[in-house]
Ligand binder design. Sequence first.
Ligand code: ADP
Ligand code: MG
Length: 266
Amino acid sequence: DAVWPRPPKTRIFTVANQKGGVGKTTTSVNLAAALSMHGQRVLVVDLDPQGNASTALSIDHRGDVPDMYKVLVEDVPLEEVVKEVPDMPGLYCAPATIDLAGAEIELVSMVAREARLQRALNAYGADEFDYILIDCPPSLGLLTVNALMAANELLIPIQCEYYALEGLGQLLRNVDLVRAHLNPTLDLSTILLTMYDGRTRLASQVAEEVRSHFSGTVLNTVIPRSVRVSEAPSYGQSVMTYDPGSSGAMAYMDAAREIAYRGAVV
Ligand code: ADP
Ligand code: MG
């Protein structure tokens, strides 16, 4: 299966969880790379001022590089910001610089402050991509709300650790609010269990608990904890190219395949 089926219309995923360190960025970058390696055109929108997704994809995000701050706050067109990821045909990234930290506050007083990202994606002609993955910061502020409004699907990475489900209720209540007021068709389509350590009973208990709550939403594939996954970003690569044979790369490949074959959700 060298080329996976392309969705009938662009699937826009928000990758969100207000907890830090659960694997949002790792998931965004590696799923995007895996999809692009199977004939999909993919855009990663880095919406975290830390710019970790930009770093992992070797996209410059220092100084006054045009970034998502300029798009959201200064109305710079997205096409002036989007960069091709080196050596990854079909993969693109809209970087975040530290400026984006200010957007959370500056957006507050702006007209249609929740719709800035949606507007930018529409103006860009988002349909030239098969997938857009929006990597969110670890908060439920206006950046994440913009992502939830712009997306048609929500992907929540859950780390298989103690307190994994803590805070999830708050995220889901926010999603309900977004559905009620901003984006009625937002679909929590995908939950991905990350950093699974098969040696611990806790990890399997968490996985079981998440599956019993969310059943079919949870991908069958579980991402194992793997050193190669955590090393890859410092080489400006996804683990898909850094070490394609590693357990982490193979798991992200399987997860991406599951997502692709689940097809578009209307
Ligand atoms: P978030 O974006 O939710 O803050 P990250 O994707 O940055 O989380 O992951 C947090 C840390 O955990 C990073 O240092 C990352 O390299 C590491 N990490 C993520 N997934 C794995 C994994 N499957 N195995 C080992 N380390 C991982
Ligand atoms: Mg992150």
